[in-house]
Design a protein around this ligand. Sequence first.
Ligand code: DIR
Ligand code: MN
Ligand code: MN
Ligand code: MN
Length: 304
Amino acid sequence: ASVEVLGYPFSGGQPRGGVDEGPEALVKAGLLDQLSALGWEVKFNSQAMNDVRELAVQEHDSGIGKMHKPLAVSAVNERVAADVAAIQERGALSLTLGGDHSLGMGTVAGTKRRFPEAALIWVDAHADINTPLTTDSGNLHGCPVSFLLGLEGTDVPPFNVWLQPCLRPEDIVYIGLRDIDDKEKRILRELGIKVFTMHDVDAHGIGRVMERVLAHVGAARPIHLSFDVDALDPTVAPSTGTPVRGGLTFREGHYIVEAIAETGNLVAVDIVEVNPALEDEASAAQTVAIGCSLSRAALGETLF
Ligand code: DIR
Ligand code: MN
Ligand code: MN
Ligand code: MN
């Protein structure tokens, strides 16, 4: 089987520098060789990496409404969507390394072009479902899901030139949430979106949570997994831009990915918000190592 890896050195969806160094750090840590060792044919798209560095630099991008850097986020994600869709067309698995989670706008849009029926499993401390109208921070890494759903306020330039609503509320399942804005809670409730917070993981254990996640998704649907490493507890993955205490353990995080990989339905994976510039060197190395091990788990690495 074949996996194509996309590394996007992009930080424009949030204010902290260094998350753009995530993909290179993951590759330098040996990720591509590790994936080959699992028996995959591995391709890395270095052209996409360089192109996105340029697309991330947009003049006159100080903001539209409350949104910060909309031109950069839109231009980058238009390209991301095309890259991911092309990989899916070739029948390969796409593995996207971020970069901040605004990239989820492009990756999911790309998957949905090839697989309109795909389900989205979003593993995160946050819901990332603010709209340009509800966002308090203006950071677009807190908004990708609302654009995919086409919520009120998202049908705006420059995004609506290339991005059409492509996701239905019933397509999404969240795992790991624990820092949801009030206006996001209202959106999630109104749309009836399936959410497994850390409270649910505590109450039922990750095994039963994953049974319910996969029951909601259904047996025969392509799955897009978007994994924000801040879903993990900050003691587990410290080097990330918006850490929130009370997160997933090392094993809970990996179990989620292993259980999804076991379905055989995984078509796209995002590993985002690894920021090697935050915290000390050991923390950065630990967070990068987890980005690698989550990627391996997604590609079928098992404990035995
Ligand atoms: C917050 C935080 N809901 C926002 N979101 C984060 O800025 O919209 N997402 N940190 O990863
Ligand atoms: Mn996120
Ligand atoms: Mn997050
Ligand atoms: Mn409960």
